[in-house]
Design a protein. Structure first.
Length: 318
């Protein structure tokens, strides 16, 4: 009965894409220019300095954020990347990941805040996020190639679409999870909604939001192989070549480099949500403040309640 009935969904999509390509080409050229410019700037920043200088910088950052073990581990891991001759590819991959994650965060966090403050927006956004998270990653490449051509830009655009959903969900979850009594106390003291968001909701939701940041970065890094299939380069290019040639050695070296980058980025972004516990610099600052008799700087997620309960002027601005 239904053999002769077919929903022409694919034809409708093709028609829509053709209309977008014909009428919005200027917009997509602008997006392409911005994304490509940011990627090239990031790539220059990561690849131009000598490898040992970049390793030292990243090692110091790792020490400042998470301690000497992380600093040593970062240095050792990056030296392994250098010794297997994957440094330039690794820095290209890092540039792609940073740019894609930055754009994904610029979309995800404001959208998550909006969804947390509006049930209507949340109801609209939720099925879209479900769609983005269940769509196979390779499918994102099809419209990206059509709209942006071959190269690093479609790889970044596909990565943004693939990675941003957890950031929206966890930002909304973190803000909605803030104790309602604390928010009502801030409103009772005369704080504006914007001040309540900045001084109560965002600080308290920071650990959950940082989990979303971590997930965005990890998902962005996981797209490097797929992005390489459309000309994005980096470590994914060597992995694709290893698959084509059945080159076990090259595939292992490139894959190991991806793993090292993933571990470093994962540990650093996890620590950013709780610097008071992980960062030796934050602990030193706390000890100095305690020795001087000053109030100890609170850990992320605890500053706003104290302000709301003990210092109404901090919320009202008076």
């Amino acid at each position: 009965m239904l053999d002769d009935v077919r929903l022409p969904l694919g034809a409708w999509v093709e028609t829509g894409v053709e209309w977008i390509t014909a009428n919005l080409s200027v917009l997509f050229d602008l997006i392409r220019t911005i994304v490509l410019g940011m990627f090239e700037a990031a790539e220059v920043a990561f690849t131009e300095p000598p490898a040992l200088v970049m390793i030292a910088i990243l090692g110091v950052v790792a020490f400042a954020v998470r301690g000497w073990r992380m600093g040593v581990g970062t240095v050792v891991g990056l030296l392994v990347v250098v010794l297997v001759d994957q440094w330039d590819n690794a820095m290209g991959t890092l540039a792609l990941t940073v740019v894609a994650a930055l754009f994904a965060l610029l979309i995800a966090i404001p959208l998550g805040i909006w969804a947390a403050r509006s049930d209507t927006v949340s109801a609209i956004v939720r099925p879209i996020l479900d769609f983005l998270q269940t769509m196979p990653a390779f499918v994102y490449l099809i419209p990206a190639i059509i709209l942006f051509g071959i190269g690093v830009v479609p790889g970044i655009i596909a990565t943004i679409a693939f990675a941003m959903a957890p950031g929206v969900r966890l930002t909304e979850l973190g803000i909605r999870g803030v104790d309602r009594e604390i928010v009502e106390a801030g409103a009772a003291f005369g704080a504006s909604p914007g001040r309540i968001l900045r001084q109560i909701q965002l600080p308290l939701a920071l650990p959950t939001i940082m989990t979303g940041v971590n997930q965005i970065i990890m998902l962005s890094l996981s797209m490097v192989v797929i992005a390489a299939m459309v000309g994005a380069g980096g470590l994914g290019q060597d992995i694709v070549q290893a698959l084509q040639r059945i080159d076990v050695g090259l595939g292992f070296e490139a894959g190991l480099s991806v793993v090292i980058l993933a571990i470093i980025l994962d540990r650093l972004t996890n620590a950013l949500g709780s610097l008071q516990r992980h960062s030796p610099l934050a602990r030193l600052r706390s000890r100095r403040a305690a020795a001087a008799g000053a109030p100890t700087p609170p850990a992320p997620g605890t500053a706003a309640p104290a302000a709301a309960e003990t210092d109404p002027a901090a919320l009202t601005g008076r």
